[in-house]
Design a protein around this ligand. Structure first.
Ligand code: SF4
Length: 304
């Protein structure tokens, strides 16, 4: 199965999309914050300029089984983020912006290197604020022989108009459904109207790529949604599972995660300064099963 971006590259469409995306570097609306800043000289909420900055890249074996496979997922961690999650485990990268600037050609070379190492896919971690450069790099890498699927790994805080521009470029969407309440999303992550944007974006992603398609135990196309259970049900697990089941599909693949721990500023937060209890996790799992979802990776790390 050939990744969609190769067809778009051959037809010239990939470069047209790149041009449309590049306009956002001078008046940025790449995400729902719509800062409208000129990224060449100013910075918006993501604190990022118009040159890609990456923290690291590697063959990663800790993603969901069909994403990591045997050879690993070719993860590229982008510095900066449009979120302000008080519990971010990667806060030196996302909030302190540690990393190294690379040109689009260098980013393309990294993609090719990860493919040569045998990675099953290119896994773009927190890519939204650098999408113009990423699509440009993808065009360069296509010319040089890139042919593995592209994974879009994000918080799920996305503008549907931008996701529409990725139609045919992204093979596997790997977004979060973090919250079911806008006030909580703003308090814990600085996302305005997260639920509204997230839900419309997830629907658009499913429309583009459909159910996760797995060939020889490796994902090649589709939507896989992640959900991290939070203390006191701050993630709104019941409402989120109900939404996914009712408005997207019972067959949707979900990665259901229990590994929350209080990192970064969460240690001082009244409700977020502890791990979830076994009871809380089991209640959340009941929500998952009650919502009639069939395909879940249940990641259980709680000490029993
Ligand atoms: S990508 Fe950054 S600058 Fe652009 S709208 Fe989002 S937060 Fe603002």
């Amino acid at each position: 199965m050939s990744p969609g971006y190769l067809e778009l590259y051959k037809s010239g469409e990939l470069l047209k999309r790149k041009e449309l995306l590049f306009k956002h570097y001078t008046e940025c609306s790449l995400c729902p914050h719509t800062c409208k800043v000129n990224r060449i000289s100013e910075k918006g909420i993501c604190r990022s300029g118009s040159t890609v900055k990456i923290a690291s890249y590697n063959s990663h074996h800790g993603e969901e089984p069909p994403i990591s496979g045997i050879n690993g997922s070719g993860t590229i961690f982008f510095s900066g983020c449009n979120g302000r999650c008080i519990f971010c485990q990667n806060y030196p990268i996302s909030q302190l912006n540690t990393g190294k600037e690379v040109t689009d050609a260098q980013l393309a070379a990294i993609m090719i290197e990860l493919q040569c190492r045998g990675c099953h896919n290119i896994n773009l971690v927190t890519p939204t604020h650098f999408l113009p450069s990423i699509v440009h790099a993808l065009a360069i890498a296509s010319e040089k022989g890139l042919h593995i699927p592209i994974v879009y790994n994000s918080s799920g805080y996305a503008r549907v108009e931008i996701i529409q521009l990725l139609d045919g470029i992204i093979d596997i969407y790997l977004p979060d459904i973090k919250y079911a309440d806008n006030t909580t999303a703003y308090e814990l992550s600085g996302f305005k109207n997260y639920v509204d944007h997230n839900r419309v974006a997830l629907k658009e992603m499913y429309k583009q790529v459909g159910k996760l398609k797995i060939v020889d135990n490796i994902a090649v196309k589709g939507l896989l949604v992640r959900h991290l259970v939070l203390p006191d049900n701050l993630a709104g697990t019941d409402k989120s599972m109900e939404f996914l089941s009712r408005e997207i599909s019972h067959d949707l693949h979900i990665s259901f995660m229990d590994q929350y721990f209080p990192a970064y500023k969460a240690i001082n937060h009244e409700k977020m300064s502890r791990r979830i209890s076994e009871d809380e996790y089991n209640i959340s799992l009941d929500f998952f099963y009650a919502s009639d979802l069939h395909n879940g990776w249940i990641q259980q790390h709680l000490e029993q």
